[in-house]
Design a protein around this ligand. Structure first.
Ligand SMILES: [Ca+2]
Ligand SMILES: [Ca+2]
Length: 717
């Protein structure tokens, strides 16, 4: 009953006392929140355990524990407030899980290489505890963040039990060594956190380059001067990228900006290591996005523990408004009125000032972004690798231009060597006009640093007109012997011959058209100039025409004659063709019918030629009409008026002349002639009209006088 009354009284005190208006302690324990009821309970000779000011940072509160010279080896301090004589520990259980059984604490020790033990327990049941140890290995008299892994319990202590409630912690400095051995020592600690060690809540401390993209890094921005809205945000131009965002408000000072730093225990931690300035490299570079251009951007670096050691420099944002530009800051050129760089100083914190020198009242509220805070000059992006010139023939099908980048980089295409806006789409040159057009291409690195532009000259060479050819078909008769085709190109150009209108391989030799098939066939020819540009192709049509069927001729009734007889030569010629008769190869003028009549004066070899409307010809067989040999002297007419013909068969090969002698009835020679008998029945024309009527004796003799034959002729006027 008495205890119940006391408990009730305690609860009453909690509810009414001003000191208990504070909230209960919980992880992380920073000792800095005025609304939290912090407390320490020392034991074993370390009873002087209090919350004090950080000896290295006047704005930070830390735990301070004095392990006296009479301290037990297990002396230490429990991190707990005491309310109504009860150690209240943490408001909630330490959230150990199967995968996370670590805590971390920043510890300041006056000597190094000492074990620090951490114990957690159930504040309602001290039999449920787990202890682990780690070594302080930092510089004596400095802070080190220590990680405690309760999966590795200290020798001789209980293992962690995840079903237990651990909600109170105690820390033991230089565990295992008595004050008598070590002497009195003062320790500090701060930032008691759940999880693995890190610059902030398990995160590692920021360092150059600052990308804002590493989830394990404790990024932070501290805006000032009216730019307090400084945060890590998503890149407005690239949703997968994180960047720093700074709003310089309309009430901002001309020096408003943001410090690139996390804040741990009220301390701006800046970069984990000093910016490695050297005599030969005093540059940094930062990508900046600005909503307006031609504004100064100032960058300041300083010693995070001594703000009097700083250097500032400025550069201009000259990029397109509303776009990113990588800016280079050269601290060898400090801003007017600021200190020069001092390479013996430790620069390990940076601040950036947008539109430095202009107040928000003048500029209006502006939002800026920045990313990729890096040491060193802007890395030079090499230009892309190109092939130039690119040569085309006029009217040729062109491809888009190409250039080779380094992996991860992209191209920017321009039509001008400087200025203009680059396109990521490669242009396709026009080949309509002869001449050279210059294109330019640069390479943009993944960090958006653009190379110089390189030239690609595109030269369009002239393409000649198609060669001149016969406009009408070239006609051939079937199986006629054809001539090689011809075409007229420009002097110096090369003709190429094809059997197809497009494609195929050109032949430098003009083809001889085939005439073995009736019909049209096309051939094609181009000309190629000395620049290698080939013209369109001209078409040459070769037309092969049918020829008439070979006619057959025959002599009726037969092919021999004697004087006074005729033979008719006829044909089976088809209609539609023109007819020509030949005797001994000589055209018989006017003979265009299907037959010719032959007498002894027209003996010879007959043939017939048919000509189609296309001019294709066909020649018949030969028919030889010859004189039949008769041992008889033919005289016609007989009787006559004195004018008559005498014929006698003669071998055409007989070149010996024959004499014709005619005597009247009185035996007087009235006529004599010597005659070459060149044909079978060559006529000898006699005119005796001046002689009187009567019967005359006709002798035909060999040249030697031998009489061949004798006949009579009657002359009657
Ligand atoms: Ca603190
Ligand atoms: Ca980034």
């Amino acid at each position: 009953m008495r205890k119940l009354i006391l408990l009730f009284f305690s609860l009453f005190l909690i509810s009414v006392s001003p000191s208990f208006a504070q909230t209960q302690m919980n992880l992380p324990v920073t000792f800095d929140d005025a609304t939290v009821n912090y407390g320490l309970v020392g034991f074993g000779g370390a009873e002087q355990a209090t919350v004090e000011t950080d000896p290295t940072q006047p704005t930070n509160k830390v735990g301070k524990v004095i392990k006296t010279s009479t301290a037990e080896l297990w002396a230490g301090a429990t991190i707990t407030a005491v309310v109504a004589n009860v150690q209240t520990g943490f408001a909630t259980n330490i959230p150990f899980t199967a995968s996370e059984q670590k805590m971390n604490i920043r510890v300041w020790s006056p000597h190094t290489n000492i074990p620090i033990r951490l114990k957690v327990e159930d504040k309602t049941d001290p039999t449920k505890s787990v202890e682990t140890e780690t070594m302080f290995t930092g510089t004596a008299g400095s802070w080190q963040t220590l990680e405690f892994n309760f999966a590795n319990q200290a020798t001789g202590t209980a293992a962690i039990n995840l079903s237990f409630s651990y909600n109170k912690a105690s820390i033991f400095f230089n565990f295992g060594t008595t004050g008598a051995v070590a002497g009195e020592r003062t320790y500090y600690f701060d930032d008691v956190k759940f999880g693995a060690a890190g610059g902030g809540g398990g995160l590692t401390q920021m360092n150059l380059p600052v990308t804002f993209d590493d989830a394990t890094v404790n990024y932070g921005l501290v805006g000032f001067g009216g730019a307090e809205q400084a945060t890590v945000e998503t890149d407005p131009t690239q949703p997968t990228n994180k960047v720093g965002k700074v709003i310089k408000t309309s009430t901002a000072e001309l020096w408003a900006g943001a410090t690139i730093t996390a804040v741990v225990a009220n301390v701006q931690t800046g970069f984990a290591t000093n910016i490695p300035f050297t005599a030969s490299e005093q540059k940094m570079n930062i990508r900046v996005w600005s909503p307006h251009t031609n504004i100064p951007i100032r960058l300041k670096v300083e010693d995070k523990t001594d703000p009097t050691k700083s250097v500032e420099t400025e550069t201009m944002f000259t990029g397109t408004a509303g776009s990113w530009q990588t800016l280079e800051f050269n601290f060898a050129n400090q801003a007017t009125g600021t200190a020069a760089i001092n390479l013996s100083f430790s620069y390990n914190k940076a601040s950036i000032f947008f539109n430095f020198g202009t107040t928000g009242a003048v500029a209006g509220e502006r939002t800026y972004y920045f990313d990729d805070v890096k040491f060193g000059a802007i890395p030079v992006t090499p230009p892309p690798v190109v092939t130039t010139p690119v040569t085309y023939c006029q009217f040729a099908l062109a491809s888009s231009l190409t250039a080779t980048t380094l992996p991860g980089n992209t191209l920017r295409w321009y039509t001008v060597p400087t200025g203009g806006t680059g396109s990521t789409t490669a242009p396709t040159p026009s080949t309509a006009t002869i001449g050279t057009t210059n294109y330019y291409v640069s390479q943009m690195s993944a960090a958006m640093i653009e190379s110089i532009r390189v030239l690609i000259a595109v030269t369009v060479n002239p393409t000649p007109a198609a060669p001149t050819v016969a406009s009408t078909p070239i006609n051939y008769c079937l199986n006629a012997t054809a001539q090689a085709l011809t075409a007229q190109g420009v002097s110096g150009n090369t003709l190429k011959w094809y059997t197809v209108s497009t494609g195929g391989t050109g032949n430098l030799s003009a083809p001889v058209p085939a005439t073995n098939l009736v019909g049209n066939r096309s051939y094609y020819v181009s000309q190629t100039n000395t620049l290698g540009c080939e013209s369109q192709r001209s078409e040459i049509v070769v037309s092969t025409k049918t020829i008439p069927a070979t006619p057959f001729i025959v002599a009726v009734p037969n092919n021999t004659l004697q004087p006074g007889e005729t033979v008719t030569i006829t044909t089976t010629a088809s209609a539609g063709n023109s007819i020509e008769w030949y005797r001994d190869g000589i055209l018989l003028t006017g003979q265009t019918s299907n037959s010719v009549v032959v007498d002894v004066d027209r003996l010879g070899t007959y043939s017939l030629k048919l000509t189609s409307i296309d001019g294709c010809t066909s020649t018949s067989n030969n028919v030889v009409v010859s004189g039949v040999e008769r041992k008889k002297l033919f005289i016609y007419p007989n009787p006559s008026s004195g004018q008559f013909q005498v014929r006698y068969y003669s071998d055409v090969n007989n070149l010996s002349p024959r004499r014709l002698a005619i005597y009247n009835a009185a035996g007087k020679l009235v006529y004599s002639s010597l005659n070459i008998m060149s044909g079978a029945y060559t006529p000898i024309n006699v005119d005796l009209r001046r002689n009187g009527n009567g019967v005359y004796i006709v002798h035909l003799m060999e040249n030697n006088g031998t009489v061949i034959d004798t006949e009579r002729v009657m002359i009657s006027h």
